[in-house]
Design a protein around this ligand. Structure first.
Ligand code: TXA
Ligand code: MG
Length: 344
């Protein structure tokens, strides 16, 4: 684990990380969304090493990370006018765009698809690392498949120790949820995975923005293969309760009473507003102010991981409304709970 305090002063360490990737090794690095597990995106066999380290299903394609727009050129067949507007507006930043791929992109990166996902992260350490690597960096989130994405170097270490060459430690990821993944069809943007760049924000640039139908109905095959897996799951089963503070509190009290009768130990993932009402003998993770979705998003995965370190039989989680960033938060929380959501 290599701590980066200052991108300029620690340039040597970042250059070393870039050299490792160029020569076929695996390096975990911070981004503004979550930590990525990086490998040379032009070399099929090193991409296979990522799948192995993560235990990832082989049909799930990876995102190629680049430091700037011009690095996209050789990787894609074409850049549509809408895709160009999205890049101009949201890059560098938490938006991944799907393009028709060029022959340069190895099959291992795309899971055999004719498209390739590309993202240009804004985090300064990620930027410096990508420039140092000098190749597109294939990088899924740096967790064991099915576990919450890591938002700290410590969480990466927990999952990846002994499996990779280096971890660049850049502190807590500021967003804490993976990038928004979009596909462009003519003048329409289709959201395949919700994230920080919300539907409302995309509507400032595109006249039509819709969600992949799988995200709305939960049925059919999702366009982003990774969205079909049960993700982000803590070890204990979880129930999410959504509504105004008071009814949520009431519902949790009733559920807690039932569980207690069954002799079950209950953990709580709640907002600051509800924290004081939680029985004192229960593990509780306070993930932010009820109305501050940015804060909730930032701490969600750490909250889920918290309960792996505290033996509980069940988790009761307070959900949020699906406006703005709430869509992405509830998408991840819903998956973690196996879609066991109660609206009160
Ligand atoms: O914020 C992020 O995007 C992080 C950081 C490290 O950049 N990366 C990340 O990668 O979340 P990963 O591999 O955990 O998720 C990538 C998602 C998966 O759901 C995958 O199926 C989808 O993007 N995806 C990748 N290539 C695709 C393609 N060609 N077509 C459709 N979906 C694609
Ligand atoms: Mg992932």
């Amino acid at each position: 684990m290599v701590v980066i305090h200052d991108v300029e002063k620690d340039k040597e360490k970042i250059n070393e990380a870039g050299a490792i990737v160029r020569s076929g090794g695996l390096v975990a690095f911070p981004t503004e969304t979550v930590y990525g597990l990086g490998a040379n995106g032009l070399a099929g066999d090193t991409i296979s090493a990522i799948y192995k380290a993560k235990g990832r299903p082989s049909d799930n394609p990876v995102i190629l990370h680049v430091p700037d727009q011009k690095s996209v050129q050789g990787l894609v067949k074409e850049i549509s006018p809408l895709a160009k507007r999205l890049m101009d507006t949201f890059w560098p930043g938490p938006l991944t765009i799907i393009f028709p791929r060029s022959v340069l992109v190895p099959d291992r990166a795309t899971g055999g698809l004719e498209t390739v996902a590309i993202r240009c992260p804004s985090d300064p350490i990620a930027q410096a690392f990508l420039k140092a690597a000098g190749v597109p960096v294939a990088a899924p989130s740096a967790n064991i498949s099915g576990r919450p994405s890591p938002t700290t170097a410590q969480a990466v270490y927990h999952d990846m120790k002994g499996r990779i060459s280096m971890i660049l430690d850049g502190g807590h990821s500021v967003i804490g949820l993976e990038s928004t993944v979009v596909e462009c069809q003519g003048e329409e943007v289709i959201i395949l995975r919700p994230g920080k760049i919300t539907k409302e924000i995309l509507e400032t640039v595109a006249s039509h923005v819709s969600y992949d139908t799988h995200l709305i109905t939960g049925e059919g095959v999702p366009k982003a293969p990774g969205m079909k897996y049960r993700h982000y799951a803590p070890k204990a089963p979880m129930t999410v309760v959504v509504g105004e503070a008071e009814p949520v509190q009431e519902k949790m009290k009733t559920l807690y009473g039932d569980y207690k009768k069954e002799g079950k130990k209950v953990g709580f993932l709640v907002s600051r507003e509800l924290a004081s009402a939680i029985p004192s003998d229960c593990p509780v993770y306070v993930w932010g102010n009820r109305k501050e979705k940015q804060e909730l998003g930032e701490h969600l995965y750490q909250g889920l991981l918290y309960f792996d370190g505290h033996t509980v039989d069940v988790i009761l989680a307070e959900g949020t409304t699906e406006d703005g960033l709430g869509k992405a938060i509830m998408n991840r929380l819903g998956k973690a709970a196996g879609h066991h959501i109660l609206y009160v």
